[in-house]
Ligand binder design. Structure first.
Ligand SMILES: Cc1cc2nc3c(=O)[nH]c(=O)nc-3n(C[C@H](O)[C@H](O)[C@H](O)COP(=O)(O)OP(=O)(O)OC[C@H]3O[C@@H](n4cnc5c(N)ncnc54)[C@H](O)[C@@H]3O)c2cc1C
Length: 413
């Protein structure tokens, strides 16, 4: 089959791109291996809610029209939202269609699927940044008596054996699962490396409101000093709850979660934790203060001060002055390890030489290098700080569809 452009993936990124391609009259199809919003349907745990408020899930031509703009969607609500979007925009979808290879041809690309091949001039990779749980190589040394799990497999605490749990990684996923599992009666140890601490609510408003209003989320990839580092930053320690709870390390230790440093190695059945816990926490506290300073300066400069409570600061992270540096994984204290050490994309089906030495796709703000007509969506800080959020898909899709349009029209793009 021939078509002008193929979009791979029907999450928010692929659908926002579809909306923009339609606006620009670019004939296209959206190929999806599962159903629309497949990742939200199949790869998330039961209790998960979005950590971005309802008002912040803005897709092109589609905003929030309910009566709880400050609430946080559950997974069924998120799936419903994205599926409704696909219907509203009449996206040209082919579901149950798994892309098995993409190859360059003289005229563009050949996209092979389990349901036939497509030939096209433009390809948009919107297959997700979080297809695979990243698990460190040292996991191979975990004693066999311990069950190991990733967030892709975890659904709820009932799945776990009784006994202690070691959660490795303290970003959004790690802190949310640490909280849930500890509350289920399984004593929890959390290994904490670099993390980004933020309050849920500051001066009466959601932190996402401040970051959106102050322009932090709109910062562009080409205006950032160290984009490689910015793209690798851990996710914010945030949870979406009806109570708008702040879930930071202090909240976790207050319910009895034990904090240890970064998991640095496993030797002879013993987990070894780095002595950097204090430094990591101090750095996260400092960076939170810097963010709040930025917000306060913006509020003053923009006449917001009068309408909100005055600036204030939060208690520093409280840690044990001498946290344990070792834990015997053969003692029976730990029954389960949960690797909340991040996610990575799966582009194993992409047979075009666009990867760097670390296996990452080389791109300039989503325009894939050395692959004319090929684009990337949904990656962290792809074009803007918000690129991997639902709210970031629209502006990136607008820019990249514009680039594709000029490429198709014979311009340089
Ligand atoms: C645990 C978690 C919580 C998050 N919470 C929030 C939040 O609260 N707010 C927010 O804004 N963002 C959140 N995000 C970030 C982001 O919004 C999600 O990762 C979102 O799913 C990304 O959308 P996407 O369209 O880029 O990718 P995906 O939703 O992953 O969509 C990609 C689609 O491509 C399909 N696909 C993949 N490979 C193929 C193939 N070979 N052939 C055909 N189809 C394929 C997949 O089935 C999938 O449907 C969260 C991410 C995670 C992991």
């Amino acid at each position: 089959m021939r078509i002008t452009a193929v979009v791979i993936g029907a999450g928010q990124a692929g659908l926002a791109m579809s909306w923009w391609l339609a606006q620009r009259s670019i004939d296209h199809v959206v190929l999806e291996r599962g159903e629309v919003a497949n990742s939200w349907r199949t790869e998330r745990w039961d209790s998960l809610r979005l950590l971005t408020p309802n008002w912040q899930s803005r897709l092109p031509g589609f905003g929030y029209d309910g009566d709880d703009p400050d609430g946080f969607r559950t997974m069924p609500q998120t799936v419903d939202f994205i599926a409704r979007y696909a219907r509203t925009i009449s996206a040209p979808l082919e579901t149950a269609t798994r892309v098995t290879s993409v190859r360059a041809t003289d005229e563009g690309y050949q996209v092979q699927t389990n349901r036939g091949d497509w030939r096209c001039r433009g390809v948009v990779l919107a297959s997700g940044a979080c297809n695979i749980a990243s698990v460190p190589a040292l996991s191979a040394a975990v004693p066999r008596s311990i069950a190991a799990l990733t967030p892709m497999e975890y659904r709820n605490p009932d799945q776990l054996a009784d006994g202690g749990v070691l959660v490795v990684g303290a970003s959004a996923t790690g802190i949310q699962l640490a909280d849930e599992i500890h509350r289920s009666g399984r004593p929890l140890t959390l290994a904490v490396g670099e993390h980004v601490r933020v309050p849920r609510v500051y001066r009466g408003k959601d932190i996402q409101w401040w970051m959106d209003a102050a322009g932090v989320l709109d910062e562009r990839y080409d205006q950032i000093d160290d984009i490689v580092r910015a793209r690798n930053l851990p996710s914010l320690q945030l949870v979406g709850t009806p109570e708008r709870t702040t879930l930071d390390l202090n909240a976790l230790t207050s319910i009895g979660v034990k904090l240890v440093g970064r998991l640095a190695g496993i030797r002879d059945g013993k987990a070894q934790f780095s002595g950097s816990l204090k430094n990591h926490c101090a750095l996260a506290d400092l960076k939170m203060v810097r963010l709040l300073d930025t917000i306060d300066e913006w509020a003053s400069a923009n006449g917001i001060d009068a309408g909100v409570p005055p600036p204030h600061r939060f208690e520093p992270t409280k840690i044990d002055p001498a946290p344990p540096l070792e834990m015997d994984l053969t003692s029976g204290e730990i029954a389960t390890i949960l690797w909340t050490t991040g996610y990575r994309p799966d582009t194993s089906w992409l047979d075009v030489p666009v990867f760097d030495r670390k296996g990452r796709i080389r791109h300039d703000g989503g325009v894939i290098i050395d692959a004319p007509g090929m684009y990337l969506m949904g990656m962290p800080f792809l074009r803007r700080r918000k690129s991997s959020l639902i709210d970031g898909a629209g502006s990136d899709a607008r820019d990249l569809s514009g680039h594709l349009k000029s490429f198709l029209d014979g311009g340089s793009g």
